[in-house]
Design a protein around this ligand. Structure first.
Ligand code: BGC
Length: 452
């Protein structure tokens, strides 16, 4: 038996990023525009009009960033591929230089013994496909599978962990229901179709992988435990709705072959009856599930909230991050156990976990970020606790390697283990990054020192 207070030798210690958030040069070398490029360039859509035009300039500095991963002692790295670099029109002609960037990145990672986990879709749909309806077009599943096939053929000899979609919930809630993320639609009738097509696309890519790939493929979802604010039946029902909408909307169809019943209640007349054959197809066995965890929510019944009628009750006595998300580490243990019980057994990874805080560099350039360090420590302890309770958790990826473009919040929120000076592009490992490196070096032993 391995020591339960430590992590095993083959545990994956990683950090995660996504293409549009770090790469910059979004149109370089023949790439087509993505919906995020267009959204960020639309006045009023992002904080201060920030765009991903330069971001962390990772497209040109990826070698330096891989060296930084080496300094942190990472043995894994989760990144995403920009679809419109590889297929500028979303379909058809492959752009060899776009594909080449990911080949070079993967080679650089492997040279340093860092295992790549590649996400095929982290929100940056080719704009050309959005002009044909984007995720509302039933053909989107086939577009995605064709794109996935290009990547599998080019990289499956070197990439052993593939992710189809990152957080379909955010794609739809932000992009199609509330309009705060690209492509900026606000349409309750559209949202269920976008969700359904994303799931069909996920399944089509998994099927393609089964025919062509030799390693592992999974899905990444963002999960958050939902607790009723009071014991009243109204708040209890609100928490159930929130749980169905956030946590079960995508996982129930994938693992159990059916949508949660609450969705019909939430969406009312806008909830369609989807064909049984689609649901059968969506239920493709997966090799692993990735879970992004940031916070929890205490919720109350709220008729003014649309369409969920459930709103968050802020826990003012608790620490909150720069995005006003409550810091609640034990929720990570709980959600991992819940997934293992409801959908398991299957290998799990924490594919994102992290916090935005305000940590200005000191005069000597050092960045001391005690709140992020504590966040990391407590969540890593929560991960260890889940493992002790028997959850088959195989790796942890901190969000994020670098401060980066935080979507509609632009550069106003920093999640990095390394600070980025956007004027000079200089990276500086923060105190939290040093701490993470020490946890990795000690295989978790550091976490057991109570004084940390
Ligand atoms: C996303 C990241 C994002 C992070 C912090 C996740 O929802 O996958 O792209 O930066 O949360 O908001």
């Amino acid at each position: 038996m391995s020591d339960p207070s430590l992590f095993p030798n083959d545990f994956l210690w990683g950090a995660a990023t996504s293409a549009y958030q770090i790469e910059g040069s979004p149109l370089a070398d023949g790439a087509g525009p993505s919906i995020w490029h267009e959204f960020a360039h639309t006045p009023g859509r992002t904080h201060d009009g920030d765009t991903g035009d330069v971001a962390c300039d990772h497209y040109r500095r990826y070698r330096e960033d891989v060296a930084l991963m080496g300094e942190l002692g990472l043995n894994a790295y989760r990144f995403s591929v920009a679809w419109s670099r590889v297929l500028p029109e979303g379909q058809g002609q492959v752009n060899p230089s776009g594909l080449d960037f990911y080949q070079r990145l993967v080679d650089a990672l492997l040279e340093r013994g860092i295992q790549p986990m590649a996400t095929l879709y982290h929100w940056d749909l080719p704009a050309a496909l959005d002009r044909r309806g984007g995720w509302l077009n039933p053909d989107s599943a086939a577009w995605f599978a064709d794109y996935a096939q290009v990547l599998f053929r080019a990289l499956d000899d070197r990439v052993k962990l593939w992710v189809t979609l990152n957080e379909p919930w955010v794609v739809v809630d932000g992009g199609y229901l509330h309009g705060v993320l690209a492509p900026g639609q606000r349409n309750v009738f559209a949202a269920p179709y976008a969700s359904h097509n994303l799931l069909r696309a996920h399944a089509a890519a998994v099927r393609t992988y089964r025919a062509e790939g030799r390693h592992q493929i999974g899905l990444v979802v963002n999960l958050e435990p939902k607790y009723p604010a009071t014991e009243t039946s109204a708040d209890f029902a609100a928490a159930q709705r929130a749980d169905a909408y956030w946590n079960r909307q995508y996982l129930d169809p994938v693992f159990l072959g059916a949508y949660p019943l609450e969705l019909a209640e939430i969406f009312g007349a806008a909830w369609p009856k989807f064909p049984d054959a689609d649901l059968e197809m969506i239920r493709q066995p997966l090799d692993f599930l990735g879970i992004n965890y940031y916070s929890r929510q205490v919720v109350q019944h709220d008729p003014g909230d649309w369409p969920l009628q459930a709103s968050r009750v802020r826990q003012s006595q608790q620490t909150h991050t720069g995005l006003d998300w409550e810091v609640y580490p034990q929720g990570l243990t709980e959600i991992l156990e819940w997934v293992a019980q409801r959908y398991g057994p299957l290998p799990l990874y924490v594919t994102e976990n992290g916090a935005a805080f305000y940590d200005p560099p000191q005069a000597d350039g050092a960045v001391d970020d005690p709140l992020r360090q504590r966040y990391l420590r407590d969540h890593l302890r929560a991960v260890l606790e889940a493992r002790r309770k028997g959850v088959d958790l195989r790796g942890y990826f901190a969000w994020s390697l670098l401060d980066n473009f935080e979507w509609a919040y632009g550069y106003s929120q920093r999640f990095g283990l390394a600070h980025v000076d956007y004027a000079t592009q200089q990276r500086t490992i923060k105190a939290s990054g040093q701490f993470y490196a020490e946890v990795i070096r000690s295989q978790g032993a550091t976490l057991n020192f109570p004084s940390l």
